[in-house]
Design a protein around this ligand. Sequence first.
Ligand SMILES: [Zn+2]
Length: 265
Amino acid sequence: MELKLSQEFLTENDCYQAGRKIVPKGIMVHSTGVAQPDPQVFIRRWNKPGVEVCVHAFVARDEVIQTLPWNWRGWHAGSGKNGSANNTHISFECCEPAGHTYQNGKMVGYDVEKNEAYFQDIYRNAVELSAMLCRQYRLDPMEPGVILDHAGGHALGIASNHSDVGQWWPLHGKTMDDFRRAVRDAMRGGEETVTQEQFDAMMADYLARRGREKPSDWSENARRWAEEAGLVSGDSAGMRYRDFATREETIQFLYRYQQVTEGKP
Ligand SMILES: [Zn+2]
């Protein structure tokens, strides 16, 4: 399914106002840590000064909303002993469904079965978005450190101590390794968007255009001979001199040649 992506930049956010650029080296996945599926709630809350946090996009169930230019520096990772993923990673927040609360960083009252379809939609959008960004910035999703969640960034010492998305995704059986593989597969899939039907139509168009091309001067005598001898007669598309001949047409030429040389019309 195609990614539904739109832009609503958080222009009033101090991070946007700072306007610092990065060279994206990876992607960091977050979840908001609150039961709120509507990205507009966060966009309203974050599009003002003094918020101290800013991501590049919100992944919702039925859409992705970009909130910072991809190569601008976000405020999403905090920092660890080795620095900050803010300087290297594009970030997005996955909106969590309604209905649960948190206690000590763990989801409480989260109905896995009821939220399975919601999760699958979020996951698919996150995969598609990450595949798009990896293509755009020529990132290999399988390379270590390229695709991380907040918790993975903390483990590498480039993010603050948060558990997202490990407090959520594993409830639906998804690890970050699953996610990296899904992004890799989505990138492969994206290269094969031409269907057989489309290919056939393009091939037919290509051959028709070839058929309309002007023949070369060097074949002029031969063409005149062939036409006068009745070897070629053309069809509704003309003589199609620059088109390819099928085996059928080739045999027909030979047959006519034999007829001509035997003196039969
Ligand atoms: Zn986070």
